[in-house]
Each structure stands twice: as structure tokens, then as C-alpha cells.
Design a protein around this ligand. Structure first.
Ligand code: GDP
Length: 365
């Protein structure tokens, strides 16, 4: 399963946020394939479409889809040189598919800041630099091996050599791999290097509990936004402290509290959705009288693979998938009505599954 790592300097609010995640956490009985690890929190993906389908179909139960956040212990300056927990930190980042970078924007005299003052850009750059340095080392090692072959005009080696040199030059200018333009073929080579700075990133601006409403006026949030824009990254504004309070509430209580705060959606819910997209994930649904359920897939897969997410037998024996888009089904009101309107399609093995598809798989056993 894909997972996103929560990263940030010490004392920025990572643990507070991570506690909110585990507190709000999904019932793991529904997700037997998820990792059981104290550093992993399973979150359910909020999806209004699932609520609407439940209303329409009235199943015995409804199961949202979920994914994992991994809490990555605080980075220290010099991680790329293997200082302190540095090596461990980097190897944990290597294992995640996307990075949620928590940045301290709240000011609190009582809580020490590692560099003495709240300075979001310098914080972001500290971490990004460690990741770039680690990647620089990866690339430099690889270059030493490829260079010789490239000189002998080995075609593959020459292609890789060009990519490595471009990476090396960019890293020296502190540009992360994800910001460098490559051709599709080159992109494949870059992927093979498993670089830390090639992972998708979003920034989580952690503001004080009393700053949530006019967070956009907070100069620290503005700085994070400016920085993120250069990185084409998204910014989610949260107050980790508030999130840890929200996480203790359920259903109605939660909605009332959000209303009091004057925000339509909790920061954590916003973060979950943004991270889900960042990971390149999308949702299809199954909707039967027993169960209405959301399933996560990686964009770009075909119908048989989507069926395989439910059960390998579904993929092996795949015949076709009765498919209707969520919008068409919601408009028609019932499956029968959607069929009468000709909105239910029979899709075969080559069908590219779309976000919001409601699917019923037919298969041989
Ligand atoms: P970590 O080292 O990044 O995991 O940071 P923690 O989550 O342990 O937070 C460090 C300290 O900052 C704790 O005392 C938190 O209670 C506090 N903290 C976290 N978020 C906020 C916030 O939004 N406002 C204030 N005032 N304090 C916060």
C-alpha cells in the first residue's frame, strides 16, 4: 500500500498531528492488509460520494477506503552525513511514497524552536538541503560507475550519464529532483534511482489554535505559500493542537465544533484528501445491499487490476465490469433507473478505471 510520511524539524507539531491521525484512526478490522506499526496511522478517506451512495442504496454497512501515514522521527541537521538519527531518518523517507512536510508557523515562547526562532523558510530549506545532499551522494556514487561505460560509448550508459550529470548540477544549486525537467525516457531512469527529492511533497503549515480563522494573514503562512509556489506544492493550513481536539469527537459533536470554529472541514480531512491526490490515488465504489464500499486504486489501472484489489480471483477470472459513473448514478437515483437511461456500461479488460466509477465485476471462478 502507498504511504505518506510526516516529516519536519523537532518541535513543529508532528507528534501532535500524528496523534490526531491515530486518534481519528480507522477501525483496523476493516483494513486487515494495513501495517500494524506504532509509527503508522491508518486514516479513512472522507468522501461525500460514499455518504450519498449509502443514502441511495441503504446497505447493511458502509466501508470507506483508507491509507497510511507514517510518522518519521525528527530530522537533525547533518542527517545526510549520518549524524544522530540521520541515517535512519533518510531510510524511513526512502520507504514512503510522498512527503507531508510540517512547518511551524505558530509562535509560542514556551516551546523551544531548534534554531532559536520561528522561521518557516529556513526550516523548510534545512530539511530540503539534507534530502538534496543525500541524493547528491546517491548520484555521485552512481556516476562513478556509469562514467567508464559511457566513455566506451555504451548507449544506455551515455543516456544515464546525461541524466546523472543534470541531476548533480541541479543538486549543487539546491534544486530538488522533482523540479527538474526530463523527457519520459529520462524520467524512467530517474525513477530507478529512488531519490528522496523526487517524491511528491505538500507543506503543512501548523498555526496556533487562535490563528486558524485568519491564517492567511499570518506572515509565516504567507511565506510557506510563497515557497511552495516555487515548488508547485500544495499547502494545507492546520492547527495540530485543534486537530488533536477534533479527533476526540465523533459525528455530530465534530460538526458542531467545526461550526463553532467557523471552518467547513477539519484540517486533517483536508490533509487526508490532499495527500491522497498527491499519492496519485483515486476511488472506485462497489454498491450492493450488503455493503457499499470505496476502494483505492492508482490512477492508470485497467478494470481487471481494479477487480484484483478486491480479490485476486476477481482479476484472474475477470470477464467484464458493469460500470456507471457516480454522477450518473446519483442523478438517476437507483441502479435500475441508471440502466433504463442507458448509463450503465459493460466494460472489458482494456477499460481504464476512472475516479468515481461504481463497478460490479463479473468473473469466472
Ligand atoms: P514534534 O517534535 O514535531 O513532534 O512536535 P510536537 O507535536 O511534540 O509539538 C511540540 C510542542 O509544540 C508540544 O508542546 C505541542 O503541544 C506544541 N504545539 C504543537 N502544535 C501547536 C500549536 O498549534 N499551538 C501551540 N501553541 N503549540 C503547539
Amino acid at each position: 500500500a502507498l504511504t505518506a510520511g510526516i516529516v519536519g524539524l523537532p518541535n513543529v507539531g508532528k507528534s501532535t498531528l500524528f496523534n490526531a491521525i491515530t486518534q481519528a484512526g480507522a477501525e483496523s478490522a476493516n483494513y486487515p492488509f494495513c501495517t500494524i506499526d506504532p509509527n503508522v496511522g491508518i486514516v479513512e478517506v472522507p468522501d461525500a460520494r460514499l455518504d450519498k451512495l449509502t443514502e441511495l442504496v441503504k446497505p447493511k454497512k458502509t466501508i470507506p477506503t483508507a491509507f497510511e501515514f507514517t510518522d518519521i522521527a525528527g530530522i537533525v541537521k547533518g542527517a545526510s552525513k549520518g549524524e544522530g538519527l540521520g541515517n535512519q531518518f533518510l531510510s524511513h523517507i526512502r520507504q514512503v511514497d510522498a512527503i507531508c512536510h510540517v512547518v511551524r508557523c505558530f509562535v509560542d515562547e514556551n516551546i523551544t524552536h531548534v534554531s532559536g526562532q520561528v522561521d518557516p523558510i529556513s526550516d523548510i530549506e534545512t530539511i530540503n538541503l539534507e534530502l538534496i545532499l543525500a541524493d547528491l551522494e546517491t548520484v555521485t556514487k552512481r556516476l562513478a560507475r556509469v562514467e567508464k561505460l559511457a566513455r566506451q560509448r555504451d548507449k544506455d550508459a551515455v543516456a544515464e550519464y546525461d541524466v546523472l550529470v543534470k541531476l548533480q548540477e541541479s543538486f549543487e544549486e539546491e534544486i530538488p529532483a522533482r523540479a527538474i525537467e526530463f523527457t519520459d525516457d529520462q524520467q524512467k531512469l530517474v525513477k530507478g534511482l529512488h531519490l528522496l527529492t523526487n517524491k511528491a511533497v505538500l507543506y503543512v503549515a501548523n498555526v496556533g489554535e487562535d490563528e486558524l480563522l485568519d491564517a492567511e494573514e499570518n506572515p509565516n503562512v504567507q511565506k510557506v505559500r510563497e515557497f511552495a509556489a516555487t515548488d508547485e506544492a500544495e499547502v494545507i493550513v492546520i492547527s495540530a493542537k485543534v486537530e488533536s481536539e477534533i479527533a476526540e469527537l465523533d459525528g455530530e459533536e465534530k460538526e458542531m465544533f467545526l461550526e463553532e470554529l467557523g471552518i467547513p472541514e477539519s484540517g486533517l480531512d483536508q490533509l487526508i484528501k490532499a495527500t491522497y491526490h498527491l499519492l496519485g490515488l483515486a476511488t472506485y465504489f462497489t454498491a450492493g445491499e450488503q455493503e457499499v464500499r470505496a476502494w483505492t486504486f492508482k490512477k492508470g489501472i485497467k478494470a481487471p487490476q481494479a477487480a484484483g484489489i478486491i480479490h485476486t480471483d476477481f482479476e484472474k477470472g475477470f470477464i467484464r465490469a458493469e460500470t456507471v459513473s457516480y454522477d450518473d448514478l446519483a442523478e438517476a437515483g437507483t441502479m435500475v433507473a441508471a440502466k433504463e437511461k442507458g448509463r450503465v456500461r459493460l466494460e472489458g479488460k482494456e477499460y481504464l478505471v476512472k475516479d468515481g466509477d461504481v463497478m460490479h465485476f463479473r468473473f469466472n471462478v
